[in-house]
Each structure stands twice: as C-alpha cells, then as structure tokens.
Design a protein around this ligand. Structure first.
Ligand SMILES: [Zn+2]
Length: 333
C-alpha cells in the first residue's frame, strides 16, 4: 500500500506495521545486513538508515495531514474542537444554607436537637394556639397566603408565617425537658423591598424544663451571638411584645463593624446595636395548654431570620439578592 492512499488513522497504523514494524519490510532489510561482507554491510546500512528516516518523516507528514482533514470536516459540521475546554466550576453552598448550618451547629453543641415541621399549617397552630386569636392586631404583622380548600372541621390552611407552630406540635407530643431548634421556610404576604421577602428561613429555639429563667435565655442567646459574630460581642435585651411569650424581648448584639457611634457605618448606621432576634419566656398558658404545670415548668423561646443574620454577617444590603439566582452574587461566598 502506498502512503498517499492511506485514508485514516487505522490504515496509517497498518502501513507503519507493514513497513517499519518489527517484521516490516525495512526491518527485514536491516536484519539481513549481518550476513554481508563488511564493505557491502556499510553501504547497505547507510542507505537503509536514510530510507528509514525518510519513511518516518513521510509517515509523520501524512498523519498530520489526516488529522487536519478531520478537524476541517468537524469545523464544517459547526464543531470547533480547537476551542479550549470550558472549565467546570465547583459548586458551593448558598450563603443562607451556610448560615443555617452554622446556627444549627452552635445550638447542637449546646444540646438542642433540630426538628422540622410542615410549611402548610393550620390557622390554629400558626396563630390560635400561640395566643393570636382571630382579629388580634398581631395578625397584621403576619399576613400570609391562604388556601381555599377547607378540611372537615379543621381551621383554614395557610403557609406558615413562622416556625413557632412547632413549639405547640412538639410539646403536645413530648414531655419536658425540651430543647429544640426548628429551621424552615416561612411565608408572608408582603411587598418586597431591600429588607422584606415573601419567603424567608427562620430558626425557632425552644427550651422547657424545671427552673428555666430569663438568665438561661440570656446566657444561651449570648453564647450563640458570640459564636456567630465573634467572642467580643455583647448582647442587649430590650423590652418587646410577642403574644406567645411573657415577658418578650428583642435581642441585639453590639456592632462588629464600627466602634458603635459611626453614623456612616453600613451595618448599624450609628446606633451601635443590631437586632438579631425576638425572644421571651414561654407564656404560662401555652405550657398549661400542653398539659404541664406552669408553676413547675418554665421555658424560653426565640426566633431568628436566617437571611437577616447572613446579611449582618456579610454586610449584604438587599435581601432580594439571596433568591435572584445571580451567580455573580452567589460566587462571592
Ligand atoms: Zn456600626
């Protein structure tokens, strides 16, 4: 077979074996040299070596020609295999997921078990049993999405506005001591802006046992704030109101971005304090409704927005970034 007639890689390899291979034609010639006279041996040897080099060069040239022709055929089909490959970027956790895991880790180390609950909830659990009856003004803060269907005899269904309903569901099924955190998505019928989304993640904290006091509430949340925002953090409890706790507080940490009095500080805007969650002592009526003696058992509850904690921690100014699916934002974490 002549080299010019070789049409593809397989045929080229066949030609190489036939001519230059271990038992190829040229190799046979070279093997025959041993039995020749010295003068003849030198002349034939030199000629054979020149021939070998020329054949190898011709082989390389033909191989090059064949692969260029293959590329041209593929380019004609619209495929450019000479383009560099596209690098595959490794995936990473969403910043909210990262913060959520961090929160659950911190409470986990303090002995709190993480449990989850339904996102579609009964009015009774989302509001009623948390001491927010119909027409209670607190319902205005927590407007949500309602379902049309009614299930026989039960209260209407809605998308839960907080993970607090799991406080009730859990203590209906479990005796104290209770130490749980409840992560999950919550919904609000809300016009969105830089600090409001219609869907967000919350973590509810609940501890019920004999002899739990405000000191336990403060100590636990202070330890959480220090692990989350740094060991130097101080916390501040301010009076607040939530229908299912008594007394109710807002928990704030001191600003970690400025000395506390810089009006240009993007994190605290000069106030020096950042509110990170609402909390309080579990209302005695809630403990009694679950069948436990509120004189004997007391507890505390707290609820925090995971997006808010993430925004504070990383200096993010618009909550809508989290769910806009813009990779330029997400790749920064
Ligand atoms: Zn500040």
């Amino acid at each position: 077979m002549r080299l010019e007639q070789v049409g593809d890689e397989a045929a080229l390899e066949e030609w190489r074996t036939q001519v230059l291979g271990r038992s190829g034609e040229l190799t046979q010639v070279l093997r025959g040299i041993g039995g020749m006279e010295p003068d003849e041996r030198r002349a034939v040897g030199q000629a054979a070596n020149v021939a070998k080099q020329e054949l190898e060069a011709a082989l390389d040239a033909r191989s090059e020609q064949l692969s260029r022709a293959a590329l041209e055929r593929e380019a004609a089909d619209g495929l450019d295999v000479t383009l560099p490959g596209r690098p595959r970027r490794p995936g990473r956790l969403h910043p909210v997921t990262r913060t959520l895991r961090e929160i659950l880790d911190i409470f986990g180390r303090m002995g709190f078990a993480a449990i989850e609950g339904p996102e579609v909830e009964h009015d009774e659990y989302n509001f009623g049993r948390l001491r927010i009856p119909e027409h209670h003004p607190a319902r205005d803060m927590w407007d949500t999405f309602w379902f049309d269907e009614e299930i026989d005899g039960a209260t209407p269904l809605l998308l839960r506005t907080h993970t607090s309903p799991m406080q009730i569901r859990f203590i209906e099924q479990h005796d104290p001591p209770v130490r749980i955190v409840v992560p999950g998505r919550c919904y609000r019928y809300e016009a969105t802006d830089a600090t409001h989304e219609w869907m967000m993640q919350q973590v509810e904290v609940l501890a019920i046992d004999e002899g739990i006091s405000v000191a336990d509430l403060k100590g636990t949340l202070q330890e959480f704030a220090r692990q989350m925002f740094g060991p130097e953090r101080r916390v501040l409890l301010r009076n607040s109101y939530f229908p299912f706790v008594e007394p109710g507080v807002e928990l704030a940490v001191d600003c970690f971005s400025c000395p506390g009095d810089d009006p240009r500080c993007p994190v605290c805007r000069g106030s020096g304090w950042l509110e990170i969650m609402g909390a309080g002592m579990v209302h005695p009526e809630i403990i009694a409704a679950a069948g436990f003696d509120p004189e004997r058992y007391t507890g505390f509850a707290a609820g925090m927005g995971v997006e808010r904690i993430t925004m504070l921690k990383y200096g993010i100014e618009d909550i809508r970034n989290f769910y806009a699916n813009d990779l330029r934002f997400l790749r920064q974490f």
